[in-house]
Design a protein around this ligand. Structure first.
Ligand code: XMP
Length: 334
């Protein structure tokens, strides 16, 4: 097991399938040695890192791994279903699916401050996960999709550098839940995690999935979240993703999504007044998410997306394009 949190200078960058396979073999041995016949728990969001860790551990210890997928109701369209399909069905994982939508939306009701929303989502995520963990017996280990940039970031924060936003993961479980950590990809960079994911046979779309924040659509449904506006956002976002994929932009643009503010404008539909929310398109390129530039999207495609969203999504009557680089705008609106 990698015990040190420092990547040795001699460690070769994993760029090929052969190197990934060697890494996988090495980690399978190390994980088996570390956990023996005990159970390992993993919060499986469906993001690249937790998915790769899940696939690796399924290979190493099979049903000793218990994956918990918490659907906080802020997932993108089809995302939870995809986790169930890939891990529950194809990989036959020991998967617990928790639909906690009502719990999250209840707590978020009327809360408009972005940091408070993040804190509620982060804390409730831990509550739901801890509830599931307490129901299980014989779990001594917690697997995490920590990667090397996470370690470098926490070193920076320990040195007193302030974060712009409070990101969340499954850190800070309650006192009664004491697990030893299993972090098989903690010394890898993102591109290496993806190579390992492909070598493990995970679907390409999952391994090359664009980054998605822990608080999910919660920080894109701006201001106080309501179910109607959240549903409209999810549908508009699905159209944007579908069109980017169809038009070859999904591999060119680092991150693209829709944000829907809590404001309405006047429109007209079927010769009647039609008040609706605007859908804001954000499509950025970056290498490290610290700065970002705006990707140019062909106007014909923008017209087509606008047409689809305004016709197919209930409650949206305008589409806007965000041209703001980071800095000054952060990538997410909240
Ligand atoms: P910002 O908005 O700070 O985002 O420019 C930089 C990158 O981080 C993602 N992001 C998050 N990721 N939890 C996460 O795991 C979060 O709370 C969170 N907030 C932002 C964002 O999507 C972008 O890729």
């Amino acid at each position: 097991m990698q015990t040190s949190n420092v990547r040795p200078e001699s460690m070769e960058r994993i760029t090929t399938k052969a190197l990934a396979e060697a890494f996988i073999e090495e980690q399978i041995k190390a994980v088996r040695e570390q956990v023996g016949d005990k159970k390992v728990l993993l919060a499986l969001s469906g993001g690249v890192d937790s998915s790769v860790v899940a696939a690796l551990l399924i290979k190493a210890i099979g049903k000793q791994l218990v994956c918990v997928h918490v659907n906080h109701g802020l997932m993108r369209k089809g995302e939870s279903e995809n986790v169930i399909e890939v891990f529950g069905k194809t990989l036959d994982a020991n998967l617990i699916y928790v639909d906690a939508t009502d719990r999250f939306l209840y707590l978020l009701g009327g809360v408009s401050d972005p940091e408070q929303k993040r804190k509620i989502i982060g804390a409730e995520f831990i509550n739901v996960f801890a509830d599931e963990a307490r129901k299980l017996e014989g779990v001594e280990f917690l697997a995490q999709g920590t990667i090397y940039p996470d370690i470098l970031e926490s070193v920076k924060q320990a040195e007193g550098k302030k974060a712009v936003k409070s990101h969340h993961n499954v850190g800070g479980l309650p006192q009664d839940l004491k697990f030893q950590l299993v972090e098989p990809v903690k010394l890898l960079f993102k591109d290496e995690v993806r190579v390992v994911g492909e070598a493990l046979g995970l679907p390409h779309a999952m391994v090359y999935r664009q980054p998605f924040p822990g608080p999910g659509l919660g920080v894109r449904c701006l201001g106080a979240i309501t179910r109607n506006r959240l549903d409209a956002l999810r549908e508009a976002d699905a159209i944007l993703r579908e069109e980017f994929e169809k038009n070859g932009l999904s591999e060119k643009v680092w991150q693209y999504f829709i944000a829907v503010p809590d404001m309405k404008s006047v429109g007209v539909k079927d010769e009647s007044r039609y008040e609706g929310w605007p859908a804001i398109i954000r499509a950025v390129n970056t290498t490290d998410a610290m700065t970002a530039t705006i990707e140019e999207i062909p106007y014909t495609l923008l017209h087509h997306i606008t047409d689809r969203i305004t016709h197919e999504v209930n409650g949206i009557n305008r589409v806007l394009l965000d041209l703001t680089p980071k800095p000054i705008g952060t990538i997410e609106w909240e």
